[in-house]
Design a protein around this ligand. Sequence first.
Ligand code: HEC
Ligand code: HEC
Length: 239
Amino acid sequence: MAGNQRHIGAPPCPATLHCQPARLKARRMKSPVALTLLAPLALTLATLSFQAAAAEAKPAFKPDLAKGQQLATTCLACHTADGTRGVPANPILAAQHPEYLVKQLIEFKSGKRKNAVMQGMAAILSEDDMKHVAAFYASKQSKPGFARDKDTVTLGEQIWRGGILGKAVPACAGCHSPNGAGVPSQYPRIGGQHGDYTEAQLLAFRSGLRANNAQMSTIAAKMNDREIKAVADYVAGLR
Ligand code: HEC
Ligand code: HEC
């Protein structure tokens, strides 16, 4: 009799690892009552771990550079064929961290980041497409840029390296790294970016037009036009 108890509620178990714990637990149970109550639970747990294992078995996403390049043909009129130096109003995407690019595309699509053109462009991309196209641009190298204004380059460099004293503006280099390459997945590359674009973004963070990052909104809020222009121009020459 006791020998049969362990089979209550436990149907024939396929020879998988996931069933084993439930079976072993059931075998150790002494009370038939407890066993009757717990067996369905054990079964549920076994099923759940089964499902989890099935989900894990799904192959990890692999960005496809060829697919990314194909998708980027829609973007080349503004961002150039490989995301490098085009007209100053359009950001350089080459060598940008792919996680940052995907975040921006998701936020254009959802409307969290506002720009009429880019909201339309992102709307037609699936999240997988975004990852493919981001990986494509990330794999490219941009051409170096230059600061243009000799008169503000010292101020720009001071802000970049040391922030703005008395205004609690932190050093940009602290997050975006000393050469502006950023920190993968956390802080975007901004070194070598078009000065005009960088300036426009700082102004947008300050005015609230771009409101997809609290850190940058707080920083830009404390900067005046001259400081923004100076640091944006300085950043363009970083490499
Ligand atoms: C008609 C011109 C145009 C086209 C086409 C275009 N973009 Fe853009 N893109 C822009 C402009 C302008 C911005 C800057 C928007 C802003 O000021 O916030 C931008 C911004 C971006 C950004 C944010 C970059 C950053 O540093 O934050 C990404 C990512 C981007 N575009 C990807 C794409 C992709 C991918 C495509 C093609 C599917 C594309 N763009 C097509 C003009 C364009
Ligand atoms: C505390 C960390 C931190 C500091 C300090 C910081 N940034 Fe940023 N910055 C960020 C993050 C995070 C983002 C990405 C925002 C997003 O995800 O949209 C960003 C984005 C930007 C962008 C937008 C880039 C693009 O391609 O659109 C610019 C421009 C920028 N920062 C300039 C600066 C400047 C100039 C300074 C110094 C005055 C500075 N940042 C200081 C964290 C920081």
